[in-house]
Design a protein around this ligand. Sequence first.
Ligand SMILES: Nc1ncnc2c1ncn2[C@@H]1O[C@H](COP(=O)(O)OP(=O)(O)OP(=O)(O)O)[C@@H](O)[C@H]1O
Ligand SMILES: [Mg+2]
Length: 276
Amino acid sequence: MNSNLSQPDKIRIQRVRLTFPSEAGPVRVLDGIDLAIKEGEFVTVIGPSGCGKSTLMNLVSKTVEHAADQFEGTIDIAWRSNAAHRLGYVLQKDTLLPWRTLEANVGVGLEIMGMPSHEREAQVQSWIHRVGLAGFEKSYPFAMSGGMRQRANIIRTLACNPEVVLMDEPFGALDAQTRMTLQQLLIDLWHAAKTTILFVTHDVEESILLGNRVVLMSRRPAKIHRVFDIDIPHPRSVIDARVAPAFQDAYREIWKELKGDIELSQLKNSAAKGIA
Ligand SMILES: Nc1ncnc2c1ncn2[C@@H]1O[C@H](COP(=O)(O)OP(=O)(O)OP(=O)(O)O)[C@@H](O)[C@H]1O
Ligand SMILES: [Mg+2]
């Protein structure tokens, strides 16, 4: 059951269509996306490779501008503040600044927001402790593992207390154990802060473990194929949730829908590259 149904819509995506120009002619990527996300919801997005998940996230974050003839529809976010960091965006590859230490990286957003240094230092320390990075405050990114860097990347975003966090495969490059640790960490952080999160993943398991709802996109040109409510109570344990009947039902259902699209899309990609 979705406990957020009484909340107002935080993000409203309506009739979004997007076409990219290409040498072979226009390529329709998104073909009528409608999705409303409630304040405080954790929504995961899954779909075949190349269907347009990152493109959709870029549109929501407004990191891409499109000519009017390529883009139709509306994307509205109900902001509560004018703060510079009301939206956080976490990608698969961390965007830590190599010349800054861990603590200086985690504090960079707070610094830009003009938080006084004593207050900032206390906040940064507290975040570093919460994610088990104490002792590495003076380390530079090159001397940190992939999991440590991604932890730092996430807390750097959350430290700014954003209203909306977009995450595009943030754990995609991590080994299985580190991924599980960070999934649990993210569940716990979200449970404490109830930020609105839109999270893209390739991994069906991850989409169910994290999401209140899983949005399944079809292959390109993408529509929303189906939305699954995940009836596993929060705060979840990534270990226990895997054996919950609701997890197994959702896993079976999602794979049933996804299978055809993946096979077809892979064939299409191979053909486009002249492999098939
Ligand atoms: N700037 C661009 N110009 C032209 N085509 C683009 C551009 N960005 C993305 N595309 C095309 O749009 C489609 C969707 O790309 P996108 O990166 O959104 O897919 P995705 O679902 O995130 O894929 P993956 O799961 O592999 O990350 C692809 O066919 C891609 O080639
Ligand atoms: Mg992508």
